[in-house]
Design a protein around this ligand. Structure first.
Ligand code: PMP
Length: 381
């Protein structure tokens, strides 16, 4: 029996039938159970920052689990403290970090943190994706995902993404938090107009609301910056991270700056595995390797190469996004068909919307691999 057939018998079908059973990954190449190889332009959905089986991650994880695998949050160990220090240094601001296991859990933490301001109203955006747990789902602006699970936590207003006037109208002195993705990833790589984040900063500062930026997908080098908001010169109160941060291990973070740093007091919130030394050792290896290998510049270069190589294709209307988070927008709803053809040609991509394919490859994807994808796409008309 194949992996997919075994999956059908024993696992909950919450994602639809998986296309392929994978058995091995190295760099940006994945091997399926039938021996076929695929170049990974999905990166575990923006997760595998250093690709698969990167020696730095393997070494860090191996040596950490040999030395000290897990401690309860009643004690502390070196890796979470070192990773928190490093994240704050990259942000260039003082603050405090709470580690989680996932992006949803990081956003739950931000949501709970915001309640401790004494206010309850939250503003989020239409089309946003913040996760699938009940609180994160209440923030998520995709009704098809949240409707079956009503009632969700109340007092969340969703406004059109990128619309400054709508944001200003929704925020009041009752608003605890505004939460935004700097670029909407799951919604098909939607980029707001320039100045949107800065306007959100001004609006929240004027009303006393916290500004939380969900950088679960855009953070840790994905767009060619440590945090995408740094490219806009904006200073949020809260940043949430996950995905690429752990380089393939489950790791998320909710970073509070300024007054958001001290809202949690002992007993307010917690999670057993938060700050797990092995996951944090992986996170340290990811960040140190991005820095030592100059991957932020590499991401910008290969991202531009992909954009230039794909723009002009007769089926393509535009390529949007930043760095290695790119949305190929088609004139017609052909993304599933194009993704299937690319898979047959040996490339894994994500049909995020009927007319949008998302590329979120490992940050180490090579220029040659990018050229190969461009050539494969050229062969599809
Ligand atoms: N926020 C954003 C912006 C995301 O893209 C995702 C995952 N796609 C999440 C939150 C949820 O992360 P997780 O699946 O790790 O809970």
């Amino acid at each position: 029996m194949s992996l997919v057939e075994r999956w059908q018998q024993s696992m909950m079908n919450n994602y639809g039938t998986p296309a392929i059973g994978l058995v091995k990954g190295e760099g940006a190449v994945l091997t399926a159970e039938d021996g076929r190889e695929y170049v990974d332009f999905l990166g575990g959905i923006a997760v595998n920052a250093l690709g698969h089986a990167h020696p730095a991650v393997v070494a860090a994880v191996t040596s950490q689990i040999q030395q000290l695998g897990h401690v309860s949050n009643l004690y502390i160990s070196e890796p979470p403290v070192a990773l928190a220090d490093l994240l704050l240094a990259l942000a260039g601001r003082s603050g405090r970090v709470l580690f989680t296991n996932s992006g949803a859990e990081a956003n739950e933490a931000a949501f709970k943190l915001s309640r401790l301001t004494g206010r309850t109203h939250v503003v989020a955006t239409e089309g946003a994706f913040h996760g699938r747990t009940m609180g994160a789902l209440a923030l998520t602006g995709q009704p098809s995902k949240s409707e079956p699970f009503q009632p969700l936590p109340a007092e969340v207003t969703h406004v059109p993404f990128g619309d400054v006037a709508a944001l200003a109208a929704a925020v009041s002195d009752r608003t605890a938090m505004v939460i935004l993705e700097p670029i909407q990833g799951e919604n098909g790589v939607v980029v707001p107009p320039p100045g949107y984040l800065a306007a959100a900063r001004e609006i929240t500062a004027a009303s006393g609301a916290l500004l939380a930026l969900d950088e679960v997908q855009t953070g840790i080098g994905r767009t060619g910056h440590w945090f995408h908001h740094q490219s806009e010169g904006v200073e949020p109160d809260i940043v949430t991270l996950a995905k690429g941060l752990g380089g393939g291990l489950p790791l998320g973070a909710c970073i509070g700056f300024g007054r958001a740093a001290d809202l949690f007091t002992p007993g307010a919130h917690g999670t057993t595995f938060g700050g797990n030394p092995v996951s944090c050792a992986a996170g340290l290896a990811v960040i140190r390797t991005i820095a030592s290998e100059g991957l932020l510049d590499h991401v910008k270069r290969v991202g531009e190469q992909l954009r230039r190589g794909i723009e002009g294709h007769p089926l393509v209307k535009e390529v949007r996004g930043a760095g290695l988070l790119l949305g190929i927008v088609f004139h017609e709803p052909v993304s599933a068909d194009v993704a299937a053809k690319l898979r047959d040609a040996g490339f894994l991509v994500n049909p995020a919307k009927p007319n949008v394919i998302r590329l979120a490859p490992p940050l180490i994807i090579s220029s040659d691999q990018a050229d190969a994808l461009i050539a494969a796409l050229d062969g599809i008309r």
